[in-house]
Design a protein around this ligand. Structure first.
Ligand SMILES: Cc1cc2nc3c(=O)[nH]c(=O)nc-3n(C[C@H](O)[C@H](O)[C@H](O)COP(=O)(O)O)c2cc1C
Length: 135
């Protein structure tokens, strides 16, 4: 299995998780939309521009048959960067796993993620939510 891990992380949890998986499984690692604290502020202030910017993605996954996406839950949903990835990656015929972190509540994110993967012709594999104990 030729796999790539793509992650978005603001506070570093997903970066660490993605790095650990990459080392253990010996797969490629890519940071998407590098996390800066301003993204969190922009999100909270409802700046739509951020979502538009995040949509311009240019990641070639042609050489991989498995995609692993790691990222946080924001506002009870996958963070905008993760939604942009799920919306725009070419997942046709790929096995797609999602490992998300949250601190309190992830609402119906599992269904949101499944729908986006399927809409994008990907094969849903594992979708997991890890509660982080400390911010
Ligand atoms: C703007 C923002 C919104 C968040 N909203 C939620 C939420 O609705 N539910 C929840 O359980 N955690 C929420 N969190 C906590 C994040 O899920 C947690 O900080 C994240 O999983 C940590 O991942 P990271 O270190 O890779 O950024 C929020 C965090 C931020 C910054």
């Amino acid at each position: 299995m030729n796999s790539i891990i793509i992650y978005f992380s603001l506070l570093g949890h997903n970066r660490r998780i993605a790095e650990e998986i990459a080392e253990k499984e010996n797969c490629d690692l890519l940071e998407f939309a590098s996390g800066s604290i301003f993204r969190g502020f922009q999100y909270l202030m409802g700046k739509k521009r951020l979502a538009k910017k995040a949509k311009k993605i240019n990641i070639d996954v042609a050489n991989y048959n498995e995609i692993i996406i790691c990222g946080p839950i924001w506002g009870g949903k996958p963070a905008p960067a993760i939604k942009a990835l799920l919306n725009n990656l070419d997942m046709k015929g790929k096995n797609v796993n999602c490992y998300m972190t949250y601190s309190q509540d992830y609402g119906n994110s599992e269904d949101i993620i499944k729908d986006l993967i399927q809409k994008n012709s990907g094969e849903v594999q594992e979708i997991k939510f890890n509660k982080i104990s400390k911010e």
